[in-house]
Design a protein around this ligand. Structure first.
Ligand SMILES: [Zn+2]
Length: 477
């Protein structure tokens, strides 16, 4: 596209996260996902006249935890407001939300980009209740499940600091791991407990003012977020270059065509006629409560990957993947100090274990001790990498002691040159065609001879010595 390099993408994200409290935010109904429709409801969450909401203290604590993990200022005094809108999934015809004074403001989150660490500002985090769920069917029209109505949510609003679809995904991944570490949500995009809207605008490079933005809704996977942003970025540039104007609106992403379509003109904040919720008291948060929550927070991914980099020389980009799942990071921190080769341990997790199905079950499958002795043997050359890979696959199935297996089955690496030379000679003898190709100048032909010699050693020969001796023997011919 002709003008694409003249423009810059500016995006901010609004992320809705369901808090994993046992009960809803203003009543004692359960919040279990997947229950029979309309079995987790009561007069409060169904909006019957005369009922009164009671605030769930645990929801406040979780919002506070999220805010502290995202470096926010905590409001000593915050409150709820009514957001009025009429939609069948909202039985009261208003949503209880926080408008004037949210519980958290002014935080940030750091992501790793190709050019290093970047801070993305967080404008605010506010608490609110979720709406019910509409189910559109052919046979029976639109059905409503109110089980979700009243499930506690936090909405995390970022500054428009995001400059590419990749940065948006990096932000979401980091946000998701932080919330998982904090233990406030299960963050399952497929069950809707983490939902993301993107506000996107474009501007000419060098211009300070933001362009008119569009809101992209219903993005339920990282892949779709990237695709929708990519499409919308180009669409807006095309409109502007064609002499048109961007209209502020809400757009829907269509998964099959990969395009975005206008849904409706964006409501203005005044359309919601916000006013303070008269049925709830203000929310007061004491210094003591903040200190208590702060002292119970886990070490977060960023601090962990920095420590891995400093202590073990693990690249930050690997650390990002290693710390995404807290269970795996905790397990790695147990195994790493037990081996002389912690970097080998990290590489095995990244290249081998993460390729297995259900890789997150690692802590239940392999003990840190057995992993450490495997890494020691691989690191000091007792076994070669092919044997290490085979062993890790066996350990994944049952937690065997790799040192014992290596001793029992004679899997130790062969480094003796004369022993290896006999394998190499046999390989050369067995492959006259490859030898001929090599003589004709096809240098890659020696690779198949290396492979054959490795096979003859049952995979135990040291690959570097095999390669060296194959070259040596071929030159003699
Ligand atoms: Zn209820």
């Amino acid at each position: 596209m002709k003008y694409i390099n003249d423009y810059e993408l500016c995006a901010g994200l609004e992320v809705h996260v369901e808090l994993k409290t046992k009960t809803k935010i203003f009543c004692s109904c359960k919040t279990d996902f997947g229950a029979e429709p309309n079995t987790q409801v009561c007069p409060v969450c169904l909006g019957h006249p005369g009922t009164l909401p009671t605030l769930n203290e645990r929801a406040v604590e979780y919002a506070l935890r999220a805010g502290l993990c995202l470096n926010c200022r905590i409001s000593e005094l915050s409150g709820f407001d009514r957001k009025n809108y009429f939609y069948p999934d909202l039985p009261k015809a208003y949503q209880i939300s926080q408008y004037e004074k949210p519980i958290c403001e002014g935080g940030f989150l750091s992501i790793e980009t190709e050019s290093g660490e970047k801070k993305i500002g967080i404008t605010r985090i506010h608490m609110e209740e979720d709406a019910g769920k509409l189910l559109h069917t052919k046979e029976r029209g639109t059905l409503i499940d109110y089980n979700r109505a009243g499930v506690p949510l936090i909405e995390i609003v970022s500054e428009p600091d995001i400059r590419s679809p990749e940065e948006a995904v990096a932000y979401l991944r980091e946000l998701r791991s932080i919330l998982l570490y904090a233990g406030v949500s299960d963050c399952k995009m497929n069950e809707g407990s983490l939902r993301c809207d993107v506000n996107l605008s474009v501007r000419k490079k060098g211009v300070a003012e933001m362009g008119t933005r569009c809101e992209l809704k219903n993005l339920n996977s990282f892949k779709f977020i990237e695709k929708a942003m990519e499409y919308e970025y180009r669409r807006q540039i095309e409109v502007l270059e064609g002499g048109g104007e961007i209209v502020q609106e809400t757009r829907r992403f269509d998964e099959s065509s990969g395009k975005t379509f206008s849904m409706r003109k964006k409501e203005k904040q005044s359309d919601y006629r916000f006013f303070p919720e008269p049925d709830l008291l203000r929310v007061e948060i004491s210094e003591k409560m903040i200190a208590e929550v702060r002292s119970s927070l886990p070490v977060l991914p960023k601090e962990r990957r920095e420590k891995y980099c400093e202590s073990y020389g693990i690249p930050i980009s690997d650390g990002v993947i290693l710390t995404q799942d807290r269970k795996i990071a905790d397990w790695f921190e147990k195994a790493a100090p037990l081996t002389r080769y912690p970097k080998t341990c990290a590489n095995m997790i990244l290249s081998e274990i993460m390729a297995f199905d259900e890789s997150e079950s690692l802590p239940e499958r392999i003990s840190p001790e057995n992993m450490a002795s495997l890494c020691d043997m691989a690191g000091d050359g007792t076994i070669n990498s092919a044997v290490a890979k085979k062993l890790i696959r066996r350990m994944w199935k049952s937690d065997i002691d790799p040192e014992k297996v290596v001793a029992d089955e004679g899997l130790a690496q062969i480094r003796d040159r004369e022993t290896i030379r006999t394998f190499v000679k046999s390989a050369i003898e067995a492959m006259p065609k490859a030898v001929e190709d090599y003589k004709k100048g096809k240098e890659t032909a020696s690779r198949s001879i290396v492979g054959k010699a490795m096979g003859l050693s049952s995979g135990k020969a040291a690959p570097d010595i095999v390669a060296l001796l194959v070259e040596e023997e071929l030159l003699k011919l």
